[in-house]
Design a protein around this ligand. Structure first.
Ligand SMILES: [Fe+2]
Ligand SMILES: [Fe+2]
Length: 323
């Protein structure tokens, strides 16, 4: 008797958890066992699926109920944890943020930027910015909802949220500017989704000397521009997010105010998130203190000193309540 397999979307699976059943991938008309029950779906594997454009796992028919209820339970747990990080009034933001995470994973696993996908994300972004304009505490909630799983989808959402928070801190309140910061944050590493899956097997995939790493800003900008669905400002943010204030960044070595202001903001948000991710095993307070020290130390080197100072003040104040 042949085995029946059922398809399940990877986007709703939380990375870094042990799987409740064996999972298979469907490649070249065959079902291949990819991970055993109890194996961890690491963020690297998650990222690899993304670059391989694999959107679904398969599980054997008898396991489907176990798998789906596990996915729902784990998602529920994460959402509950998220909800504890913010005030009760902000619960709709927790939901919206989760929706964006799933949409972004979908976008990153698609061959192209489809009209539907981009419009859905832009629509979600509009709704968030609208809420933000009614109540600026929404920006605090967005920052507090950061997740450090190591998946590119989580990183991208974290950076988008932080970029909007920093934008507001630096006095940008126009919805179009906030929208550009948000989209620039979401897509800043889009170029990485087109890399060879081996990229994620490197010991440190963010090592800035590697060719793949150096080329992802231009590659991402090119694809986003080609889709004709984004404003030029977003394309520039993506192209310049690894330029450094000192001129030591890449790919062009732009310096100081030659770097577009919104790129300087996303670059700061990106560095902040990378540092928090690296230190994710530390207690929250220590992680934040160490990350803020980097902002302090690197101002004028990697970061615009004025922006880094303001970011330092705003983030210290926001996290002051964490014991
Ligand atoms: Fe990047
Ligand atoms: Fe990044």
């Amino acid at each position: 008797m042949s085995t029946t397999y059922r398809r399940v979307p990877i986007r709703s699976v939380i990375p870094e958890l042990s799987l409740p059943v064996d999972v298979y991938v469907h490649l070249s008309e065959k079902y291949l066992k990819y991970l055993n029950k109890g194996d961890v779906l690491t963020a690297d594997k998650y990222n690899k699926f993304m670059t391989m454009k694999v959107k679904h796992f398969h599980v054997v028919e008898e396991d489907i109920d176990t798998f789906i209820s596990w996915v729902e339970r784990e998602k529920e747990k994460v959402l509950e944890k998220d909800a504890q990080k913010v005030a009760g009034k902000m619960l709709p933001i927790v939901e919206a943020n989760q929706e964006i995470r799933e949409m972004i994973f979908d976008t990153f696993t698609s061959e192209d930027l489809t009209e539907d996908n981009v419009l859905n994300i832009q629509h979600q972004a509009d709704k968030l910015i609208e809420k933000l304009q009614e109540d600026q505490r929404v920006a605090h909630a967005m920052v507090k909802l950061a997740r450090y799983s190591g998946s590119l989808a989580d990183h991208s959402v974290n950076v988008a949220n932080m970029a909007v928070f920093l934008g507001l801190t630096f006095g940008h309140s126009h919805p179009l500017v906030l929208q550009n910061l948000y989209l620039g944050g979401l897509y800043h590493d889009y170029g990485k989704t087109k890399m060879d899956a081996k990229f994620w097997e490197q010991k440190n995939p963010n090592h800035h000397y590697s060719h793949a790493e150096q080329s992802h800003p231009d590659q991402g900008a090119l694809l986003v521009k080609k889709s004709k669905k984004f404003p030029d400002q977003v394309v520039t943010i993506i192209a310049q997010h690894h330029e450094l204030y000192s001129g030591a960044g890449y790919p062009r070595g732009l310096k100081g105010k030659e770097i577009y202001e919104l790129s300087r903001i996303v670059s700061l948000a990106n560095a902040y998130d990378n540092s928090c991710q690296e230190k994710r095993d530390l207690p929250e307070r220590e992680r934040l203190e160490k990350t803020l020290k980097i902002l302090e130390y690197d101002r004028g080197k990697s970061f615009d000193p004025e922006l880094a100072n303001k970011a330092h003040l705003a983030l210290s104040a926001m996290f002051a309540e964490i014991k």
